[in-house]
Design a binder for this molecule. Structure first.
Ligand code: MN
Length: 178
């Protein structure tokens, strides 16, 4: 992979914070070896790793994935692309997520006070929060507290697409340069 946008962003953020690789490893729970590989573009981090970095650094996901190179990511039956990058004025970022047939994507808890909205576009999607699953039909929205383990799954036989907006509480918003 050449000119990896996540690696470039991560290196810049770490430098701006004056953090060592060990310091960032301690903050995020991502190993120092993995951080080095990501920064050098030798390894493409999983979504779960990106969220650990986001949480550890108190940054939105957009801070890592936005850039001229990154057009979206695919991981098995899970794919996303950025619709609106994080805007500190509003404290939100929005992604379009596609789940393959029967696919389930799990997410660890985000930082305290983070709320997510899911708006079902092309088909039904199910949202699980703390082990309780709820159905979101086409045209419906589900809002949930995302500071606990949660998941998204496609119960149907064809891929589904939905919008996912993440709200960061006021006072805990940082942009990449801040
Ligand atoms: Mn989430």
């Amino acid at each position: 992979m050449q000119e990896d946008v996540v690696g470039t962003n991560l290196r810049a953020i770490r430098a701006a914070r004056g953090l060592s690789l060990s310091g960032l490893a301690a903050l995020s729970g991502v190993s120092k070896a993995m951080l080095g590989q990501v920064e050098r573009g030798e390894s493409s981090p999983t979504i779960a790793t990106l969220w650990k970095l986001a949480r550890g650094l108190e940054l939105p996901l957009s801070a890592f994935v936005e850039g001229p190179v990154e057009a979206g990511r695919v991981e098995g039956g899970f794919a996303y692309r950025t619709v609106f990058a994080f805007d500190p004025a509003f404290g939100t970022e929005t992604f379009e997520i596609t789940l393959g047939p029967g696919w389930e994507h799990r997410s660890e808890a985000h930082a305290g006070g983070v709320v997510e909205d899911v708006f079902a576009g092309s088909g039904e999607v199910e949202i699980g929060v703390a082990g309780v699953w709820q159905r979101c039909r086409v045209g419906e929205g589900v809002r949930f507290a995302a500071d606990q383990p949660h998941g998204y799954r496609n119960p149907g036989p064809v891929p589904v697409r939905f919008c996912n907006t993440i709200h960061y509480p006021a006072g805990k918003r940082r942009s990449a340069g801040a």
